[in-house]
Design a protein around this ligand. Structure first.
Ligand code: SF4
Ligand code: SF4
Length: 374
């Protein structure tokens, strides 16, 4: 049955998809093997990329320092797990209704995918997971920013992406020339609270890949620092860490660890239980707020992309580089940032227990070993 790019785009508009682009499969011939769509679906002829916006208002609570979890809910978990995949699924069904196979591909982080031995000689090891950002570059819906965040002409860095591989041969969209959106302003570098993004002049710290015969590049972001920050171990952007670990002084910008090590540290730390934590609040979670957000949203994102999205979007808005504009500027006052240093050592043995007794029964802990009495 006949299926054209125009028909797919008309259906996408009807579904409420914010932006869409189409690539022919040849554009990915120089992609790394485990990110190459052809190695996933050998019969693929085209790749369709779906763009769904992150509403600017989802950053407002973190920007003001007044509310965190709406960002995780609307800009991450529900957008990535429900809102956008529903549209991808409907578009895949539309393609299959026309007799062409449609492979919807969840945007996995390709370089973190677990590997397994090949199932037969001559096969590549699983898991092949295409890089959604590379797919999106090839489909002409934007370009890679210096920050490694994908930039779209309508919404700048405020997007989440999905892709569909299909055996239908479709008219491709033109690719966007690198440098059309990212003006190498360096705002992402300056405002990243982890110092995770190399400077725009550090040309030896670039990742380079060819897509559609064009060299694209982005900064080799220190993902260990980013993950530690994003996932709650950076005091400078999280008022919650100091509450649970008042004596924990840790300068993430100096941390030397890989992304995987950072996950292994941050996830158990923010999801752990400890009986003695009962003295703090009515929960035994070692980190109360991240644990609460994870419980509700299945994920947690505390940085709010201070540099790589918020600062970048401000730069692109001010330079009239994106189409989705607003009546008011995003920043209305200087940004807040906390210190990573502790104020002074709190407590002796168990600061939470000691605080509770001081507030409720101050005389009862006098004379206890190690506890200072007047
Ligand atoms: S803030 Fe955005 S536009 Fe500026 S250098 Fe970073 S990615 Fe490029
Ligand atoms: S999410 Fe935060 S820590 Fe990570 S790169 Fe962006 S601004 Fe930096």
């Amino acid at each position: 049955m006949k299926l054209t790019s125009e028909m797919i785009k008309a259906k996408a508009a009807e579904l409420g998809i914010d932006d869409i682009g189409i690539a022919n499969i040849e554009r990915y011939s120089e992609a790394p093997p485990l990110m190459n769509p052809k190695n996933y679906f050998p019969n693929a002829k085209s790749v369709i990329v779906i763009v769904q916006r992150i509403p600017r208002g989802t950053y407002r609570g973190i920007e003001e320092g007044t509310h965190w979890h709406n960002y995780t809910f609307y800009a991450y978990n529900r957008l990535n797990m429900i809102f956008r995949p529903k549209l991808t699924y409907s578009l895949a069904c539309f393609i299959e209704d026309h007799g062409w196979e449609a492979v919807p591909h969840y945007p996995a982080v390709s370089e973190r995918e677990p590997t397994r031995p090949p199932v037969a000689p001559g096969k590549l090891p699983a898991n092949i997971a295409t890089s959604i950002r590379l797919m999106a570059v090839g489909a002409g819906v934007g370009e890679m920013g210096h920050s490694k965040v994908f930039l779209n002409p309508k919404f700048g860095p405020r997007v989440r992406l999905d892709s569909i591989m299909t055996d239908a041969e479709l008219e491709p969209d033109p690719m966007i020339k690198p440098g059309t959106l990212c003006n190498k302003c360096g705002r992402c570098v300056k405002d990243c609270p982890a110092d995770a993004i190399p400077g725009v002049k550090e040309t030896d710290k670039l990742i380079k890949i060819r897509i559609g015969g064009i060299e694209i590049s982005w900064a080799d972001v220190d993902m260990g620092k980013c993950v530690l920050t994003h996932h709650g171990l950076n005091n400078t952007i999280s008022p919650f860490l100091k509450k649970d670990f008042p004596n924990f002084e840790f300068d993430v910008s100096k941390a030397e660890m890989t992304e995987e090590e950072a996950y292994r540290l941050a996830y158990p730390a923010t999801g752990g239980q400890w009986g003695m934590a009962l003295y703090d609040e009515y929960s035994s979670a070692t980190m109360k707020y991240p644990s609460y957000v994870r419980g509700h949203g299945g994920y947690y994102a505390l940085c709010g992309a201070r540099g790589c999205i918020r600062a970048c979007m401000d730069n692109l808005e001010k330079n009239n580089k994106i189409k989705n504009t607003f009546k008011n500027p995003f920043y209305k006052k200087p940004q807040w940032l906390l210190s990573h240093k502790k104020d002074e050592k709190v407590g002796v043995i168990n600061p939470f227990r000691e605080k509770w007794f001081e507030e409720n029964h101050p005389n009862l802990i006098k004379g206890e070993q190690g506890y200072e009495n007047e």
